[in-house]
Design a protein around this ligand. Structure first.
Ligand SMILES: [Zn+2]
Length: 55
């Protein structure tokens, strides 16, 4: 299953995600711990908008 890293917008396989973070009852997957750190500092800025590419 392909998912989009909300920080860098990279498409990755869910199984390949090296880091995850829960926010607002949803789980977000990241290509690297670096992206997770950026997300955790300011999750709202990455969730708002078209991070997932679909509503
Ligand atoms: Zn990333």
């Amino acid at each position: 299953m392909k998912i989009t890293d909300p920080v860098c917008k990279m498409t990755i396989e869910k199984e390949d995600a090296t880091a995850t973070s829960s926010h607002g009852g949803k789980t977000y997957h990241f290509c690297s711990s670096h992206c997770k750190e950026k997300f955790d500092k300011n999750p709202e800025s990455y969730i708002d908008g078209d991070a997932t590419g679909k509503k």
